[in-house]
Design a binder for this molecule. Structure first.
Ligand code: HEM
Length: 373
């Protein structure tokens, strides 16, 4: 945008002036960010997980068909906070802090601040940088109920997320991302979590994954590897194991960690079409090819021979190749290009007749003859 613009200037400052002059305390990294992620709390500053849940519980009332509800700060109304679907004390605490600390003015609504807080929570806990837009209007009255609850069945959850505008796959991803932070607290969910008797966890929070203050994919990795302690997957009360039902609802396709290969870049040099000719000679095919912006040149094996053959000692055999191209040695950093010469199809193999019959001759290295004896 072009400066000046009162609304966009205000949003830009709220989003990016995180330290020093003009800083918005809510987004301030100065004291909070660096270690709040490892310690969890900083004085009265809210737990990052609370900021994130606040945003989800505010938006989960959205009805994508009639456009009602959504991220509009209606979660600030006591009537919404009193609903069972918003159990816990986080919402009131977080709202109070947003009121006290955030910049709320004619250009930046409370709802914009809730969105910003969720975004900052994700960024400060190791998550990706997320594009931010402002301009949300604050609701004047509570929204209709609609936050999903753990005792509901899978069909209800699929329908609930569809109402919010999400597919089943998006539901799985969103719940897994949400549950990278925090956990379930005994005080508010005694039917899901027992008293933990853990001096390092005096609030009796059973965490969703082992890295509950970091935005990462451990909630998925631990689920897939079967080591998860997520109280909504392996909780003693199967009725409230909603993450288990949701994560597994497509046969784990979304949750499975897919390992892709390295990025495929063209090899500078590679052998191709090596074949044994006669019983003592190796030959290479020679062609040029072009693919997209790359072109490849295929060389014969012996430039001085018109047929490009190279005679090799059949007894000694060959274990690997290397090349010199433009005076540069290409041998894969000393590994060479491995060849196996124990068994090779011979060029005397052929197809003939009708119907076609194949005759395959296999040349066997003298060193392996004893295997066939
Ligand atoms: C079917 C959908 C979902 C169900 C049934 C569900 C259920 C729950 C429950 C029971 C808790 C424990 C709350 C407490 O102890 O105070 C919780 C915590 C949490 N949920 Fe969800 N959730 C769902 C979806 C989501 C989504 C979509 C997000 C965010 C994108 C999210 C973010 C969180 C976070 C960050 C916490 C941790 C709160 C904290 O530790 O302070 N949840 N969820």
């Amino acid at each position: 945008y072009i400066w000046p613009s009162p609304q966009l200037d205000a949003l830009e400052a709220a989003r990016f002036d995180q330290q020093g002059f003009n800083a918005n305390f809510l987004t301030g990294r100065a004291n909070a960010a660096d270690w709040i992620c490892t310690v969890g709390f900083y004085l009265a500053f809210p737990h990052w997980a609370d900021l994130f849940t606040e945003a989800y519980h505010d938006m989960a009332t959205h009805n994508s068909t009639d456009g009602t509800g959504g991220l509009d700060a209606s979660i600030r109304f006591a009537e919404e906070q009193a609903r069972a679907e918003n159990a816990g004390d986080g919402f009131d605490n977080t709202m109070t802090l947003i009121f006290l600390l955030a910049i709320v003015n004619r250009y930046i609504s409370i709802a914009d601040n809730i969105a910003l807080a969720a975004l900052i929570a994700i960024e400060n806990c190791g998550g990706p940088e997320i594009a931010f837009r402002g301009g949300r209007a604050d609701a004047a009255v509570p929204n209709a109920p609609g936050v999903p609850e753990p005792q509901q069945d899978l069909a209800s959850h699929i329908a609930s997320f569809a109402r919010q505008g999400f597919t089943q796959t998006e539901m799985i991803g969103l719940v897994a991302c949400g549950h990278t932070f925090g956990g379930v607290q005994h005080d508010f969910f005694p039917d899901i979590v027992n008293v933990l008797n853990d001096t390092s966890d005096t609030e009796d929070v059973a965490h969703f994954d082992t890295t509950f203050v970091t935005f990462d994919n451990n909630v998925a990795l631990e689920y897939i590897s079967g080591t998860t302690q997520n109280p909504l997957v392996v909780g003693f009360n199967d009725t409230t194991n909603s993450d288990k039902r949701i994560f597994g609802s497509d046969g784990n396709a979304t949750m499975v960690y897919v390992t892709l290969t390295d990025v495929i870049t063209p090899l500078p040099v590679k052998p191709s079409n090596v074949e044994l000719i006669g019983n003592t000679t190796l030959g290479f095919a020679g062609l040029s090819s072009t693919g997209g912006k790359y072109s490849a040149v295929w060389y014969g094996f012996n430039a001085t021979s018109p047929l490009s053959f190279l005679s090799l000692d059949a007894i000694a055999g060959v274990t690997s190749l290397s090349f010199v191209v433009d005076n540069q040695l290409e041998d894969q950093d000393g590994l060479g290009f491995a060849l196996q010469d124990g068994f090779m199809f011979s060029q005397t193999s052929c197809l003939f007749g009708d119907p076609v019959v194949g005759k395959f001759d296999v040349a066997v290295s003298p060193s392996l003859h004893f295997l066939l004896a």
